[in-house]
Design a protein around this ligand. Structure first.
Ligand code: AN0
Ligand code: CP
Length: 317
C-alpha cells in the first residue's frame, strides 16, 4: 500500500480484519519493519485519539515519530496558488510539503473540511497536495471528506462484537451545537457499504449525506423507525451537505439524542461513537456508561487500524 485515504486503498475487508486481529494478538511482531524509519504526523486540527493511537502504532512497529501541530509554532501556511503573499502567512504549502517530505519516510495528515467551498473540500485538495508534492507515502488522519482509520477501527469493533453474521447497523445523526465535518459519517457509510451488513442511515430532513457515500443504504428521516431491530447504533453529528446549507447547523433537536428509551427500540444494540462526544447532546450519560457502550474498545482499536495501515505502507517501501 502506498497511500491510504479511503476504503479503496485497503483491498478485501475480510483480509484486512483478519490481519488486524492478528496484529492485535501480537502487536510487537513487526517491530523490525520500522527500524530507522520516521513517521511525520501533521495536524492542521486538534486530536486526542488519532495523535496517541497512531504514535503508539508507529512505536509498536519500531518507528521514530515526529509530530507537527501546524497551528502551534509553525509558520502560518498559505494554501492558495497565485496569491500575493503580503498578508499574515509567511510560508506556502507548496514549499512546506516537499520540505516536510525530506525529514521522514511516511506522512500522516489531519486536515478537516473548511466549509468555505464545498467543491474544494470534496476534491480533497490538501491531502492530495501532500500525495503529489511530498514524495513520500501519505495516509489520512481525517481529511476533508473521510476518516478511514476511524472507519477501519469501527469495522474491527463490529466484527469483534457482532452476534449474527449479518447485523443491522444504524448510522444516526444526533444533535451538536457546532458545525462538524461529514468525514466520519461519509467514511463509516463507505466502509459499511463494502460489507454485507444490513446498513441504514437516519438523519433529519436536510442532512442527507452525499449520494456517493450513502450508496445503497436506505435513508430514514424518522430515527425511531431506523432504530427498530438494530444490533449496532453508530451515532454522530454532521453539518448539512446539501446546498445552499453546506456546512451549516440546521437543527439541534434533542429528540434525536440517543437515550435509554431510544436504545429500547433496538435489538439490545451496542452503542458506538468515534469520540470526542458531547454527553446529553449526542448520547445520554446512561447509554454511554452502559455495558452496551463500545466507545472505549472502539478507541482502543484505533491503535490496531493504524498499525495495519503503517505495516502495509512499510512493507511497500
Ligand atoms: C471531529 C469531526 O466531527 O470530524 C473529529 C471526530 C473524530 N469532531 C469534532 O470536531 C468535535
Ligand atoms: N476519533 C478521533 O479521531 O478522535 P480525535 O479527534 O481525538 O483524534
Amino acid at each position: 500500500m502506498r497511500n491510504f485515504t479511503s476504503v479503496n486503498d485497503i483491498g478485501d475487508l475480510r483480509g484486512a480484519v483478519r490481519e488486524a486481529l492478528e496484529v492485535k494478538a501480537n502487536r510487537f511482531a513487526y517491530k523490525h519493519l520500522g527500524e530507522n524509519r520516521t513517521l511525520l504526523m501533521i495536524f492542521f486540527n486538534s486530536s486526542l485519539r488519532t495523535r496517541l493511537s497512531t504514535q503508539k502504532a508507529a512505536m509498536n512497529l519500531g518507528m521514530n515519530v515526529i509530530v507537527l501541530d501546524v497551528n502551534q509554532g509553525a509558520w502560518k501556511l498559505e494554501t492558495e496558488r497565485g496569491v500575493i503573499m503580503d498578508g499574515d502567512k509567511p510560508e506556502h504549502l507548496l514549499e512546506a510539503i516537499p520540505v516536510m517530505g525530506c525529514y521522514c519516510d511516511v506522512i500522516g495528515v489531519r486536515s478537516f473540511a473548511q466549509f468555505v467551498d464545498k467543491k474544494k473540500d470534496y476534491s480533497e485538495e490538501i491531502i492530495n497536495q501532500f500525495i503529489k508534492y511530498s514524495g513520500k507515502p501519505v495516509f489520512s488522519m481525517e481529511a476533508a471528506t473521510r476518516h478511514p482509520l476511524q472507519s477501519f477501527a469501527d469495522l474491527i469493533t463490529i466484527e469483534e462484537y457482532k452476534r449474527t453474521e449479518r447485523p443491522k447497523v444504524v448510522l444516526t445523526w444526533a444533535p451538536h451545537p457546532k458545525a462538524l465535518p461529514q468525514a466520519v459519517p461519509n467514511s463509516f457509510a463507505e466502509w459499511m457499504n463494502r460489507t454485507d451488513y444490513d446498513f441504514v442511515i437516519a438523519n433529519p430532513e436536510g442532512y442527507d449525506l452525499a449520494p456517493e457515500f450513502v450508496g445503497k443504504a436506505k435513508v430514514y428521516h424518522n430515527q425511531d423507525e431506523a432504530l427498530r431491530g438494530a444490533d449496532f447504533v453508530y451515532a454522530k453529528n454532521w453539518s448539512a451537505f446539501e446546498d445552499p446549507n453546506y456546512g451549516k447547523v440546521l437543527s439541534t433537536d434533542r429528540s434525536w439524542t440517543i437515550t435509554t428509551e431510544k436504545m429500547a427500540l433496538t435489538n439490545d444494540a451496542y452503542f458506538m461513537h468515534c469520540l470526542p462526544v458531547r454527553r446529553n447532546m449526542i448520547v445520554s450519560d446512561d447509554v454511554i456508561e452502559s455495558p452496551r457502550s463500545l466507545v472505549i474498545p472502539e478507541a482502543a482499536n484505533r491503535e490496531i487500524s493504524a498499525e495495519v495501515v503503517l505495516k502495509r505502507i512499510l512493507e511497500s517501501l
